[in-house]
Design a protein around this ligand. Structure first.
Ligand SMILES: Cc1cc2nc3c(=O)[nH]c(=O)nc-3n(C[C@H](O)[C@H](O)[C@H](O)COP(=O)(O)OP(=O)(O)OC[C@H]3O[C@@H](n4cnc5c(N)ncnc54)[C@H](O)[C@@H]3O)c2cc1C
Length: 538
């Protein structure tokens, strides 16, 4: 399938086909307008349609073209921030509620799979948490006690994870976790939404959500307006809130490889270590002869490194040392996760107080379950129905502001502004075909991309959210903002928020200094080519 969120292809994209839809070209009115057709938007729509609501979904890419197509789809209630830390931040009771909500999400996915008869390889599997390089065996004992207090009374410590072709050393076992093929699942959920009367429009970029009137209005780039009683912003990184949620989470890029292995040569299980960043492993069936072993990790803050080949190589070395049955690495992909300050997603009313506007974000490496929780919770909130998870996930909760780690994250953001005064890294001549580079031009930094035909696309490198300098991501061919995770296509088109606008065109002066093969649309103050040599197809 096609993806709007990057250049690489995940195992899911390579093995499924999503339903396609047309763009919105008229004004509409509905009960609920959902912006974003990933797991959050589709799960909310599914529950709303079943409750009889008139639902419109808008997405600027294809259905599931965002991070949902890049996931590894472990379905787990074992949050990657670890129970001990979560208990320290939230207290025992809250962690028990959160753990129960993730279990409920897995149960809900299982019941949807059953009711809709979805063939998506859903299966219950155990999860194993083993020691990384930093922690001692006592860490596992403490974690086990905290997990039991969180309600996981059947968790236990083992001397090694059973059936693995390598010695994991001591580990914790968590029964009744699960895994599935996320796109096969969501393709069927999408069809159920449409069968229930939901209307879906893709290729439809939302420019603004005007939440102040009682019936908010969603305005698209091609000037259509959807007026709704409620709006759910399911864009992963919210476009309805400019600052508040974004300073309480941090965007990270994480990397995955998928290797062919002989069928059933590795036990079906979820495997994680205790490091930060951590390794995450599972398998998925491919055909009669093969499974795919999926190994992820090597995270870095978005826009702060561009060394994907090294990260893929380290993942492959880690995997080959432990899984001698690996035949060939067939997939290498990456994606972005939004890490919340206090470990729980933000799901609920838009924090700026806009009436009838709701969002879901900060779903961390648990976006499949957090996304399902969001779909259930938001469908209840827009219908004025009480939900026991509302307080736990409220984007306005106090615990989000009180975390030392977040101070560090925001300090890290502040440091990114020094990119304004550090030198640009390249000159226009150095840029290879199909690559982007930052180039300094006087007081400006230019995001310069040379397409496969040699033409330069020039954009002001200033992120249109809060004016950090974007950086090139050569694996996914995008400009990524190191401050709050906004992303732009090589030509500067906004791919995901919080930025709403494209990177700005450069001045004619900058374009002239860049040379002759410059794409004219990237240049402001120049309405037509200045000379024959400036033309695109010279
Ligand atoms: C490599 C990787 C591994 C992961 N592994 C796991 C895992 O094992 N288990 C787990 O639970 N979670 C995992 N996650 C997290 C999980 O995949 C995500 O959190 C989840 O898929 C996010 O879903 P979403 O619906 O919020 O966002 P998305 O799927 O990104 O959907 C948002 C949609 O909004 C659209 N959009 C954005 N802006 C606009 C706009 N202005 N106008 C119109 N449309 C717009 C986008 O096109 C997109 O389709 C992983 C993530 C990654 C990247």
């Amino acid at each position: 399938m096609q993806s709007d969120s990057g250049n690489t292809v995940s195992v899911w994209m390579g093995t499924s086909k999503m339903p396609t839809f047309a763009a919105l070209e008229e004004d509409l009115s509905c009960d609920v307008c959902i912006v974003g057709a990933g797991i959050v938007g589709l799960t909310a729509a599914y529950h709303l349609v079943r409750a009889g609501a008139d639902v419109v979904i808008l997405d600027d890419g294809p259905v599931c073209g965002g991070e949902t197509s890049r996931t590894t789809a472990h379905l787990s209630c074992v949050l990657d921030d670890r129970f001990q830390w979560l208990e320290h931040v939230h207290g025992e009771q809250r962690v028990r509620e959160s753990t129960a909500s993730h279990m409920a999400a897995i149960n809900r996915i299982e019941s949807i799979v059953r009711e809709e008869g979805i063939a998506c390889e859903f299966e219950r599997v155990p999860g194993y948490l083993f020691l990384g390089k930093r922690e001692s065996p006592q860490f596992l004992d403490r974690e086990l006690e905290a997990a039991k207090r969180a309600g996981l009374t059947d968790a236990r410590r083992l001397e090694r994870a059973p059936g693995l072709p390598w010695d994991s050393g001591p580990c914790l076992e968590f029964p009744m976790q699960a895994q599935f093929h996320p796109l096969k699942y969501l393709a069927s959920v999408t069809r159920a939404i449409v069968a229930g009367g939901g209307r879906i429009f893709t290729g439809t970029h939302v420019d603004s959500i005007e939440g102040k009137p009682r019936r908010p209005q969603v305005k698209t780039r091609n000037k259509s307006v959807v007026t709704a009683s409620s709006v759910i912003v399911a864009t992963n990184s919210p476009i309805s809130d400019y600052v508040e949620t974004h300073v309480k989470m941090a965007a990270y890029r994480t990397f995955v490889i998928g290797a062919h292995i002989p069928k059933n040569s590795v036990p079906r299980a979820l495997v994680w270590d205790t490091d930060d960043p951590y390794i995450y492993v599972r398998t998925t069936p491919l055909d009669d002869a093969n499974d795919v072993l999926i190994v992820g990790g090597e995270d870095h803050k978005t826009g702060q490194k561009d060394d994907a080949p090294d990260r893929f190589r380290r993942l492959e070395e880690w995997t080959r040392r432990r899984y001698p049955m690996v035949q060939s690495v067939e997939y290498r992909w990456s994606g972005q996760v939004m890490e919340p300050a206090d470990g729980f997603a933000m799901i609920g009313p838009n924090p700026d107080g806009a009436e009838n506007v709701y969002l879901a974000t900060a779903d961390s490496g648990q976006g499949m379950t957090h996304g399902t929780i969001a779909g259930i919770l938001l469908a209840d909130l827009v219908r004025g129905k009480e939900n026991p998870w509302a307080e736990l996930y409220d984007p306005g909760r106090k615990s989000l502001g009180a975390i030392k780690d977040m101070l560090r994250e925001n300090l890290n953001v502040a440091v990114q502004y020094t990119d304004w005064i550090t030198p640009g890294e390249s000159s226009f001549e150095d840029i290879p075909l199909g690559e982007g580079r930052l180039v300094r031009m006087g007081a400006h930094k230019v995001a310069a991309y040379r397409d496969d035909r040699g033409l330069l696309h020039l954009r002001d490198a200033t992120c249109t959210h809060l004016r950090c300098i974007v950086d090139w991501n050569s694996a996914e061919k995008s400009w990524d903002c190191p401050c709050h995770g906004s992303r732009f296509s090589p030509e500067g088109r906004v791919l995901n928020g919080p930025a709403l606008a494209d990177l700005a065109p450069v001045s004619a002066d900058v374009a002239d200094r860049a040379g002759r093969r410059v794409h004219d649309e990237d240049v402001k103050e120049r309405s037509r080519p200045q000379s024959q040599e400036d033309r695109y197809d010279r």
